[in-house]
Design a protein around this ligand. Sequence first.
Ligand SMILES: *[C@@H]1O[C@H](CO)[C@@H](O)[C@H](O)[C@H]1NC(C)=O
Ligand SMILES: *[C@@H]1O[C@H](CO)[C@@H](O)[C@H](O)[C@H]1NC(C)=O
Ligand SMILES: *[C@@H]1O[C@H](CO)[C@@H](O)[C@H](O)[C@H]1NC(C)=O
Ligand SMILES: *[C@@H]1O[C@H](CO)[C@@H](O)[C@H](O)[C@H]1NC(C)=O
Length: 332
Amino acid sequence: MKSWCAFAILCLAYFCHGTLSCPPLCKCYHRRAEVVCNAVPLTEYPSEGFPKNTTILTIQFTNITSISEEHLNVTPLLQGLHLYSNHLQSLSPHLLRGVPLLNTLDLTGNRLNNLPAGTFNHAPLKDLVLKNNLIEKAEAEWLPDNSSITWLDLSGNSLMKVPTALLQKLPHLERLDLANNRLEKVFADSLDSLTKLETLNLQNNKLETLDPSVLHSTRNLTYLFLSRNKLNKLPTNVFQELSQLRHLSLDDNQLSHIPAGLLEPLSSLDEEGLDITNNPWLCDGKVEYLWRWLQKNKKKVFLPQTITCAHPQPLEGRSVMSLTESELNLQS
Ligand SMILES: *[C@@H]1O[C@H](CO)[C@@H](O)[C@H](O)[C@H]1NC(C)=O
Ligand SMILES: *[C@@H]1O[C@H](CO)[C@@H](O)[C@H](O)[C@H]1NC(C)=O
Ligand SMILES: *[C@@H]1O[C@H](CO)[C@@H](O)[C@H](O)[C@H]1NC(C)=O
Ligand SMILES: *[C@@H]1O[C@H](CO)[C@@H](O)[C@H](O)[C@H]1NC(C)=O
């Protein structure tokens, strides 16, 4: 009798009320209110069994293809949703209406392309990661005005244009990752609203130059990645407002010259903070500015000896720093 009673109490307290339930194929860590469905043969979002107080949910390496507002309604306390490497192709409009505390949404490695209007409205998102999907155009209507997002990652998609209208809705943005896309141009006003931006990654795109004023509003920029583009020309004043910049990578581009004065505003560069290796430097009289700057700022440059002349032929392979005044034809 006694033991039956004990069982009944246990039953009422836990199992019968389903308070320790867990979706099939998933693992539940009740004490930290976390659910993980990792590399299991799911083809649909689990429809039952979520603990009411779930705050972190990870579904990764499964075959689920869609997720809707109704799915998320059952976990109203959700704060972090990680949906890494599934087969997601569609998200429902107003997906986040039932999760008013959600601050992190990671959709890395899915098959997302077109998303409906309002997909990311309603929740106080801080981190939105859409890395490695199939997005060709990132639409402003996906987000509410004055979104609270501080980190947006759109790297590894097929963007050809910087989504200016979308960025205008992100006045709180601190980190923007647009690396590994097909960007050919950043419009002059694209970044104007991003006054809090600290990290901008434009690595591995197809940029050939930058508009002179494109970085004039991002005065708190600290890390700027421009490696692996096709930059062949930089306007003299493009870095004018970047007195907080600690790291600038311009390696693997097509720069043969930089204009005199370009690097002067960068008074906060870290040691080895500037990477300009793997560019085809032309060592004629116009390299003088770079040559003098390197002598003075060796410590701020990554592998300064490997910044070498590609032309003219007699100086090919020589380190720019090692050139003599007569080699540069500077004697007047
Ligand atoms: C979530 O609920 C379960 C069941 O009621 C409880 O055991 C657990 O401690 C709760 N976790 C948190 C973090 O509140
Ligand atoms: C997903 O589907 C593919 C084939 O349709 C299958 O080979 C794979 O094992 C599935 N993944 C999981 C985690 O079940
Ligand atoms: C934008 O949101 C912030 C808080 O996230 C708030 O302080 C500010 O007043 C809002 N601005 C506008 C124009 O709604
Ligand atoms: C820039 O950074 C400084 C120091 O971190 C901070 O006090 C200031 O508010 C920032 N400015 C903007 C526009 O975010």
